[in-house]
Design a protein around this ligand. Structure first.
Ligand code: BTN
Length: 246
């Protein structure tokens, strides 16, 4: 076991990602160490957003990885790997889920999990990766203005045992990370693409030129999304260059 080989629990923290980087600054941690908590007072989302999670209701974890086998330009494979691990976990309980590019985990049109990957790159090496995951399990009411949160409990009406969920999630993430390490990255990319939210469906997007109808064709090198417009023009976008319109 790599992911989950060492578990460090804190009853509450500002943020598991911040705690992990603080620890890494002073100490060595073995690869696969998980730092987790029951409550974050300053949970971080991407783009400076915050991450809402009611105390004792959800999984809040950060994983330490040392993907030295990987070039920095391939770092999107980590995102894909973690996304698939979360999907594997969810599929134990519900019939389907999808990945809203780049790495929001969706059930139907609602977000059940968010991933915040922070890579430390020096030269042409990834020094370490902190993969933060917020996965909504038992929360029934969301108070922030996050547009469309959902939890496993809201979907099924069942309340789940958090430690048991944690074990299963760790197992599923570890399997996927081993798949990546053993060089099976093309399979990871293929599966990631097949699970993309709105893949091949004509729907509304917004880019720098305004709103348009388009369809996602694939995700290319470096994690850039390829979208076809109705006039057949195909563009590639990096994160923040394109918005999904609901
Ligand atoms: C997103 O905005 O979708 C990413 C959310 C990531 C939230 C998780 S919760 C555990 C870890 N610690 C943090 O502060 N953020 C990530």
């Amino acid at each position: 076991m790599i992911i989950g080989s060492n578990l460090l629990f804190f009853e509450n923290l500002p943020s598991t990602n911040i705690q992990t980087s603080d620890i890494l600054r002073k100490n060595n941690l073995q690869e696969g160490t998980i730092i987790y908590t029951n409550y974050q007072s300053a949970g971080k989302g991407y783009s400076g957003n915050s991450w809402e999670s009611e105390k004792d209701k959800n999984l809040l974890i950060s994983i330490v990885l040392f993907p030295s086998f990987m070039k920095p330009e391939d770092q999107f494979y980590i995102s894909m790997t973690i996304s698939l691990g979360i999907c594997d976990f969810l599929l134990r309980f519900i019939p389907g889920c999808s990945i809203k590019w780049p790495n929001d985990i969706y059930v139907n049109n609602d977000k059940i999990a968010g991933i915040l990957i922070e890579n430390s790159v020096s030269g042409n090496k990834i020094d370490f990766t902190i993969a933060g995951i917020g996965l909504n399990i038992n929360q029934e009411k969301f108070l922030s203005n996050a547009p469309n949160p959902v939890s496993l409990c809201l979907l099924s009406g069942i309340s789940y045992d958090l430690p048991a969920c944690m074990n299963k999630l760790v197992t599923d993430l570890d399997k996927r990370y081993k798949q990546l390490i053993t060089g099976n990255s093309s399979e990871i990319k293929k599966e990631y693409i097949s699970k993309l939210y709105r893949l091949n469906e004509w729907s509304k997007f917004k880019d720098i030129r305004g709103n348009f109808t388009g369809r996602i064709l694939t995700v290319g090198d470096y994690g850039r999304i390829k979208i076809e417009k109705q006039n057949r023009e195909i563009n590639e976008y990096s994160f923040k260059e394109i918005e999904f319109i609901h």
